[in-house]
Design a protein around this ligand. Structure first.
Ligand SMILES: Cc1cc2nc3c(=O)[nH]c(=O)nc-3n(C[C@H](O)[C@H](O)[C@H](O)COP(=O)(O)OP(=O)(O)OC[C@H]3O[C@@H](n4cnc5c(N)ncnc54)[C@H](O)[C@@H]3O)c2cc1C
Length: 254
């Protein structure tokens, strides 16, 4: 299939979405689509990728606000419980980020009322260290979000390549991973840098050279992404272990 007709098909497919963060780039005679539309990417779906898989736990996240300054040291604080863990870290003199990961067999219904979400999060850690509860209580309702955690394993030979006929995916659109190693956004940025470098070097060589550069990107990044996705999933399973012998124990470290 020629690139023009392929790109027209992508455009037709995504037309049902009001706006999509993909770049349609025309440089000289070269046309490409870069799909960077996140975990539910229609571009990835169009390329044949499967839906990301729910891994059995969800996360709450929020930002505690202290207009007069917070009392916390600049370090990451982790608290581990049974099938439940939390953490908080100052991100500025007046803001403290926090998260809770908790086991749930299914993501459950979508809750749109932010005050209900915050209460649900507080209920999970009612008797946990007061520093955590303080940060959560200082969080405006509308900055609390709940996310079912998902990933997609890029099995060699079974999963489509990241690029095909002038269309390429980056970041979560290609490789959603659980946040247990804190690498999803880092990898999305790395993807962008690697792809940009390869395209810059290839663009003068025309469409064939650009196609080769995108394939090269796909292979190079796969070698980093696949093991990270698997490791992150495994670490999550271990950290979310809900063995009854394992009770709440706070660990604090930088
Ligand atoms: C609980 C949790 C904690 C995390 N912690 C970390 C961490 O510590 N470190 C780390 O590196 N990563 C972390 N991540 C992962 C990180 O958030 C993602 O990997 C990263 O945001 C992916 O970037 P992206 O640009 O590929 O996708 P996104 O950030 O999802 O960006 C995609 C964009 O596309 C937009 N979009 C999608 N579809 C449409 C549409 N139809 N119309 C309009 N706009 C659309 C979305 O609104 C969004 O703005 C965490 C994730 C979670 C869930």
């Amino acid at each position: 299939m020629g690139h023009c007709s392929n790109l027209k098909m992508v455009a037709a497919y995504v037309q049902s979405y009001s706006f999509l963060p993909f770049a349609l780039i025309y440089l000289s005679l070269v046309q490409i689509v870069i799909g960077c539309d996140g975990v539910r990417s229609p571009v990835a779906k169009w390329m044949g990728f499967s839906e990301p898989k729910y891994v059995g736990h969800c996360a709450f996240r929020g930002l505690g606000i202290y207009p007069g300054g917070h009392p916390y040291k600049a370090k990451v604080n982790y608290i581990y419980g049974r099938g439940l863990r939390a953490g908080f870290v100052p991100v500025s003199p007046t803001k403290v980020y926090w998260f809770i990961c908790f086991n749930r067999t299914s993501p459950g219904p979508r809750i749109s009322d932010p005050s209900v979400l915050k209460q649900e999060a507080l209920n999970l850690v009612r008797s946990w260290p007061m520093e955590l509860l303080d940060v959560m209580q200082n969080t405006p309702d509308d900055s609390v979000i709940k996310t079912p955690l998902v990933d997609r394993w890029l099995w060699p030979g079974l999963t489509p390549s990241a690029s095909s006929n002038g269309v390429v995916v980056v970041g979560d659109a290609w490789h959603p991973m659980t946040p247990n190693l804190g690498q999803g956004a880092c990898c999305a940025l790395e993807d962008s840098v690697v792809l940009a470098k390869k395209l810059a070097a290839a663009i003068r060589g025309g469409q064939d050279s650009v196609d080769a550069a995108m394939q090269d990107y796909s292979q190079e990044r796969w070698a980093r992404i696949f093991p990270l996705t698997a490791r992150s999933n495994l670490v999550g399973s271990l950290l979310q272990w809900d063995n009854p012998l394992y009770s709440i124990c706070p660990f604090f470290f930088c």
